[in-house]
Design a binder for this molecule. Structure first.
Ligand code: THU
Length: 147
């Protein structure tokens, strides 16, 4: 298996979106999607430049299917943690797709408002993908107020 070798930013400091998309397209081949026939590959850069990938893992009990973003976030945590800085996910045709609603929440937790998300309409910050998100700050706010 070929592993895409990318560095997260080019000499000018711009995100290597082509490299990230290539990694997501490779990850599609790892998907386990016998029920939907809809493999998904996801890829992200972490704030230290690490490249993480994930693919969906389905289950005979359909509802417990893991989206590609689930294995992606596990890869982030298990390889040392940190924050996502740039994210993309693709279908079997290699086309960019939007993360589902649940996965937007997962991305918010580990990337926050500044995470850059590749969409069919271009790269946008996470605030456009999940406006008025619920996040860790909401928990802190009540915790602090109850002290
Ligand atoms: N899927 C993902 O992996 N990520 C998304 O953000 C959208 C949906 C998967 C779940 C399921 O295995 C298949 O796509 C069809 O819904």
């Amino acid at each position: 298996m070929r592993v895409v070798d990318v560095s997260s930013v080019d000499a000018a400091g711009a995100v290597d979106w082509d490299g990230l998309r290539a990694a997501a397209r490779e990850a599609v081949d790892k998907a386990y999607a016998p029920y939907s026939g809809f493999p998904v590959g996801a890829a992200a850069f972490a704030d230290d430049g690490r490249l993480l990938v994930g693919a969906n893992v389905e289950n005979a009990a359909y509802g417990v299917t893991l989206c590609a973003e689930c294995s992606l976030v596990s890869a982030l945590v298990m390889s040392g943690g940190g924050r996502f800085t740039a994210f993309t996910c693709v279908n079997a045709l290699g086309e960019t797709i939007m993360p589902c609603g649940r996965c937007r929440q997962i991305l918010w937790e580990h990337g926050g408002p500044e995470l850059l998300v590749d969409t069919p309409q271009g790269v946008v910050p996470m605030t456009e993908v999940l406006p008025q998100a619920f996040g860790p700050g909401d928990l802190d706010h009540v915790r602090e107020a109850s002290r």
